[in-house]
Design a protein around this ligand. Structure first.
Ligand code: FUC
Length: 338
C-alpha cells in the first residue's frame, strides 16, 4: 500500500489467546489492538482510521511514535553547549512533537519480525527538524501471552542532543468505540501535575493534585467526573503531564483504567518519569475503524515520556542524550478482564 506516495507495510502481531495488534511502518502507527471483552468478543481498543489514507495527514497523531521530542518546547528553540538550535514553531510558535516532520511521519524500517514481535528502526540525520546529532532509534513492540503489549525505545546519538520518545495511541476499552471514555474509571499513581501556561507549555511549576481535585486520581474515579472543571478549561479537557515516581526502574500500574460494561481493564507500567494524559479534546471527525466518526473524548492517550522540555527549557535535563549514552525506555500496556 502507498500513503503519500511512499510504500507502507502493515504488520499484525498475535498471541496464543487470540489477541492481535496492527502496526504500520508509517510512523510506527498502532491502528488496532484487538482485545477480548468479558464475553470473549475481540474488539479494537484504540482509535484507528478506517481509511489508511487518513494517515497521510494525521494531525491528531493517532497511534504514532512521537520524536525526537514529545510535547512542547517553548519558543521553538533550545541551547546545548552554548549553541542555540532553532526548531519549527508548529504549535503557536512553539515546537510540538518533534516539529513538522516528526518520527510520526517517517517510514520506519522493519529490522526483525516474528509472530508476536517487531522491531522498527529509523535514522534521523544531524540537523533534522533543527535538532543536532545523527540519531539511530529502534522501537520494539512485543505482544506477550499474558496479554501485554510492550514498547521498548532504544537510541544512540553521535552528538549531544535531546530525545524523548513516546507512543500516541488513543485508548477506548468499550470496544470499537461503542461509547466515549468519560465513563471509564481511572486510577493514577501521580501526586503532581506539571503546570502549563495558556499554550500548555510546562512552566516548571508543579501542581499538587491534593489541591486540585480534577487532577487527583489517586483513588479511582470516572474520567468524566471533573471533565468540565475550571482547571481543565484551557486545555478543553485533560492534556497535562502527570509526574510518576522518578526512577529508571519499571514502575508498575502507574495507570489503571477500567471499562465496567465491557469488563476490560488496562494497566500501564513504564520506566519514564511522566505520562501526558490527553482526553482527545480536539477530535478530527474522521471515520474510525468500524465506522464511528471520531468525536471529542472518544479516546484517551497515556503518553509515557520524560516531562516535555517546556518554557525556558525548564525540563531539558530530563531529555538530554549524550553520545556515550544509550537511550532505553519501556512502556507496557497490559489488558485483562475485571
Ligand atoms: C496536543 C498535545 C496532546 C496531543 C494532541 C494531539 O494537544 O498536548 O498531548 O498530542 O496535541
Amino acid at each position: 500500500m502507498n500513503i503519500n506516495d511512499k510504500k507502507v507495510e502493515v504488520i499484525t502481531l498475535t498471541n496464543i489467546n487470540g489477541m492481535s495488534v496492527e502496526i504500520l511502518t508509517l510512523g510506527g502507527i498502532i491502528r488496532k489492538i484487538m482485545v477480548a471483552d468479558k464475553h470473549g468478543n475481540f474488539e479494537n481498543v484504540v482509535l484507528g482510521y478506517e481509511d489508511y489514507q487518513e494517515y497521510a495527514e494525521n494531525p491528531g497523531y493517532l497511534g504514532t511514535i512521537i520524536g525526537r521530542t514529545s510535547g512542547r518546547i517553548g519558543g521553538a528553540h533550545f541551547t546545548l553547549n552554548g549553541v542555540m538550535y532553532k526548531l519549527p514553531g508548529n504549535n503557536n510558535g512553539n515546537c510540538l512533537h518533534g516539529g513538522n516532520i516528526g518520527f510520526d511521519k517517517k517510514i520506519w524500517t522493519v529490522e526483525n519480525l516474528e509472530s508476536n514481535s517487531v522491531t522498527l528502526s529509523l535514522v534521523s540525520e544531524d540537523g533534522e527538524e533543527g535538532f543536532p546529532g545523527t540519531v539511530h532509534v529502534s522501537v520494539i513492540y512485543t505482544l506477550s501471552d499474558d496479554n501485554s503489549l510492550s514498547i521498548t525505545y532504544t537510541g544512540q546519538t553521535d552528538k549531544k542532543t535531546l530525545l524523548n520518545l513516546t507512543n500516541h495511541s488513543y485508548f477506548n476499552l468499550s470496544g470499537d468505540v461503542k461509547e466515549n471514555i468519560l465513563d471509564h474509571t481511572l486510577e493514577l499513581k501521580s501526586n503532581f501535575v506539571a503546570e502549563g501556561d495558556k499554550y500548555l507549555i510546562p512552566t516548571g511549576r508543579l501542581i499538587d493534585v491534593s489541591e486540585v481535585s480534577a487532577f487527583d486520581f489517586k483513588v479511582a474515579k470516572k474520567i468524566g467526573k471533573d471533565i468540565n472543571d475550571e482547571a481543565l478549561k484551557l486545555a478543553s479537557g485533560y492534556d497535562h503531564p502527570f509526574l510518576l515516581e522518578k526512577s529508571k526502574e519499571i514502575k508498575k500500574d502507574c495507570v489503571i483504567m477500567i471499562c465496567e460494561k465491557s469488563g476490560r481493564k488496562m494497566t500501564m507500567d513504564t520506566t519514564y518519569d511522566a505520562v501526558v494524559i490527553y482526553s482527545s479534546n480536539f477530535p478530527t471527525y474522521k471515520k474510525l475503524v468500524g465506522g464511528k466518526i471520531f468525536e471529542k473524548h472518544d479516546g484517551i492517550c497515556f503518553e509515557a515520556q520524560q516531562l516535555p522540555i517546556g518554557k525556558d527549557e525548564c525540563n531539558k535535563s530530563d531529555s538530554i542524550l549524550k553520545s556515550e549514552q544509550e537511550y532505553n525506555n519501556t512502556t507496557i500496556y497490559r489488558f485483562s478482564i475485571i
